[in-house]
Design a protein around this ligand. Structure first.
Ligand code: COD
Ligand code: ZN
Ligand code: ZN
Length: 370
């Protein structure tokens, strides 16, 4: 058992509390990782706001981390102590029919399918003040040491700077892959991105890398526009500057709507606006933002009947275990600009400051260091 620090969420709506926790050794098929750096994603904040009622407290959040393997349980062969790794939120058993389908990045045995707040064997490795503490997405990266299933670990290049590549665990890969893998943006096309957080800005980068000639970035916070332009947006617009609905504005700007639209906020009204903003016949709309649990969409079926394609994208469509090491290599070859997404770096003790920056719209990504 290792005693170390972790940011524990004791209850909904409360600040996190940095505590000493006990982390049990990995059981068979598990890996214990020393987390070096972790990003704060909006989804962590959504949990604290009560977006997902199936989360059990107390819980250790965080799902955008990188670290070094400390020890492995029985039967673990793909990693060894000392390896640099990224724990992945979309695990890959490699055996289920979805894992074997080259088109799919979902695993039928991942935590989205099973109970989310315990490891696959339905127990926890975390204890604090004598109480059992739950896991989050099987990764819980707001702990200095965490235990994850082997099939939720991607081994990465030894040269990777962990305080940067941690963003590949969620935000960057999710957004970039939505453009590259899910929408399959074509060169010369026009794209619209709703929401310019860390994930939306990564969609901007993906559209640029795919050769889009017009990239329209949309946000109600105009402070996000400078960074969007730096990363490839050709125009930035604020829906609040117009009397008309934003879908009408975009249709007028482009003639018949954009080729590809992306919703990266997680609100039903912007999901419908994004769908209506793309070309009625050939447009593709990709849903990236996670809605509050129980949210329901109501649309005019004609929006889709005319030929539009409406798709979802989870973790950017990447088969994370295989693709993350390749994304890390691309970063090391300076093909991906993760560094521009990092606006703040704080010690774990200041985790609540990191959340405040996100809520105030002042940060894109805050990296927490242990
Ligand atoms: N119109 C335009 N922009 C808006 C609106 C609106 N009505 N409301 C909010 N915004 C802007 C905000 O100003 C902000 O800039 C942006 O939308 C949202 O950004 P962040 O920083 O709050 O969020 P991100 O980018 O960290 O997170 C993105 C999601 C909210 C989509 C989040 O749910 C997510 O990470 N989704 C990924 C989906 C996935 O695969 N998840 C698995 C693990 S998270
Ligand atoms: Zn996330
Ligand atoms: Zn599987």
């Amino acid at each position: 058992v290792i005693k170390c620090r972790a940011a524990v969420a004791w209850a909904l709506g409360q600040p996190l509390s940095v505590e000493e926790v006990e982390v049990a050794p990995p059981k068979a098929g598990e890996v214990r990782i020393k987390i070096v750096a972790t990003g704060i994603c909006r989804t962590d904040d959504h949990v604290l706001e009560g977006y997902f009622p199936n989360i059990d407290f107390p819980v250790i959040l965080g799902h955008e981390g990188a670290g070094v393997v400390e020890s492995v349980g029985k039967g673990v062969t793909s990693v060894k102590p000392g390896d640099k790794v990224i724990p992945i939120t979309l695990s890959r058993c490699g055996e289920c029919s979805f894992c074997q389908n080259p088109e799919s990045n979902y695993c039928l045995k991942c935590h989205f399918s099973e109970s989310q707040c315990l490891l696959p064997d339905k127990t926890t490795r975390f204890t604090c003040k004598g109480k059992q503490v739950h896991h989050f997405m099987w990764v819980s990266t707001f702990a200095e040491y965490t235990v994850v299933p082997e099939f939720a670990v991607a081994k990465i290049d030894d040269a990777a700077p962990l305080d940067k590549v941690c963003l590949l665990g969620c935000g960057f890969s999710t957004g970039y892959g939505a453009a590259i893998n899910t929408a399959k943006v074509k060169p010369g096309s026009t794209c619209a991105i709703f929401g310019l957080g860390g994930v939306g800005l990564s969609v901007v980068m993906g559209c640029k890398a795919a050769g889009a000639s017009r990239i329209i970035a949309i946000d109600i916070n105009k402070d996000k526009f400078a960074k969007a332009k730096e990363l490839g947006a050709t125009e930035c617009i604020n829906p609040q500057d117009f009397k008309k609905p934003i879908q009408e504005v975009l249709t007028e700007m482009t003639g018949h709507g954009v080729d590809y639209s992306f919703e990266v906020i997680g609100h039903v009204d912007t999901m419908i606006a994004a769908l209506a903003s793309c070309n009625m016949n050939t447009g593709v709309c990709v849903m990236v933002g996670v809605p509050a649990s129980g949210a329901v969409l109501s649309i005019d079926p004609m929006l889709v009947l005319c030929g539009r394609t409406w798709k979802g994208s989870l973790l950017g469509g990447w088969k994370m275990r295989e693709c993350l090491p390749k994304l890390v290599s691309s970063y090391l070859e300076k093909k991906l600009n993760l560094d521009l997404l990092i606006t703040h770096t704080l010690p774990i003790a200041k985790v609540n400051e990191g959340f405040e920056l996100l809520r105030a719209g002042k940060s894109i990504r805050t990296i927490l260091l242990f």
